[in-house]
Design a protein. Structure first.
Length: 242
């Protein structure tokens, strides 16, 4: 039975590197790469990669998950990468006066609600005899207990809410589909469009390449105990406090 990996938010810098690394993995037979833009940015082994375009509406997410149900093989990995920190209209807030309904709702929609809709629609198809590892890219700044510097209200809150949804869904999977291991993953500061404006204060050696982070996540997924109750990990495989 073929092993299928599904990468959502496939055009993110980290997602593209994950796809490239998965394409070289002989234990993975097919990669389904889902993004707004069709083909992922780069792939060496295109034959293994099936690109699907999605506008992330509830209807389009549901339709894609239905079509995955009829694919031959087992989904053994799902990785959800969607997330924004800034756009040409959005800047992370430094103080309360910077908050607006429009920006908070857009960040919450992309960072929290879209991953939740994927989980809700793909989750029922993951029950199988094979272990299925699901990782959602979160961020350490979404850790409530680790919040020492404040700021970035919408981004922090969107990732904190995402973490709660992951924790809650992980409990449901343990009951209803114990072959599914769901985690939140903090990639560390990674050299992508998302972190570009904020890289100056990163200590030397702590700005990672997307390829390094992809390798770290896929190694973690391979070695993760599917029965452990640990659900939030960083790039170094260390648990992060909620
Ligand atoms: N880079 C870092 O330092 C860092 C640190 C901590 C956590 N993270 C997390 O890692 C993940 C990937 O980040 P990255 O650095 O690789 O970012 P990136 O290259 O800027 O990718 C952005 C991602 O967000 C999605 N996205 C952007 N606008 C969207 C919209 N309007 N609707 C739906 N999806 C939208 C994109 O989806 P498409 O693929 O469909 O275009 C893409 O998957 C994010 O969740 C981020 O929060 C990154």
């Amino acid at each position: 039975m073929a092993n299928i990996a599904v990468v959502i938010g496939a055009r993110s810098a980290i997602g593209s590197s994950i796809i490239e690394t998965l394409a070289k993995d002989e234990t993975v037979d097919q990669i389904v790469a889902i993004s707004r833009g069709g083909s992922p940015q780069r792939t060496e082994n295109g034959a293994k990669v099936k690109s699907i375009s999605c506008n992330y509406s509830e209807e389009s997410i549901r339709g894609i998950c239905e079509s995955l149900k009829s694919t031959e093989g087992s989904i053994t990995q799902v990785i959800i990468c969607n997330g924004i920190l800034h756009t040409d209209r959005i800047l992370p807030e430094k103080r309360l006066e910077d908050i607006s309904f429009a920006t908070v709702s857009e960040v919450m929609h992309i960072n929290t609600i879209i991953p939740l809709l994927w989980l809700a629609n793909i989750g029922p198809f993951l029950k199988s005899r094979k272990t299925c590892r699901v990782a959602i890219l979160s961020a350490r700044v979404g850790s409530i207990s680790d919040n020492r510097s404040g700021g970035w209200y919408a981004y922090r809150a969107s990732k904190a809410a995402l973490n709660m949804l992951i924790k809650t869904a992980a409990i449901e999977f343990r009951r209803r589909a114990p072959n599914v291991k769901l985690i939140a993953f903090h990639p560390g500061t990674t050299d992508t469009k998302l972190s570009k404006p904020f890289q100056r204060s990163v200590p030397e050696g702590k700005l990672f390449t997307p390829d390094f982070v992809a390798g770290a996540l896929l190694k973690l997924l391979k070695t993760l105990d599917p029965h452990s109750e640990e659900e939030f990990f960083d790039w170094n495989g260390q648990p992060v406090p909620w």
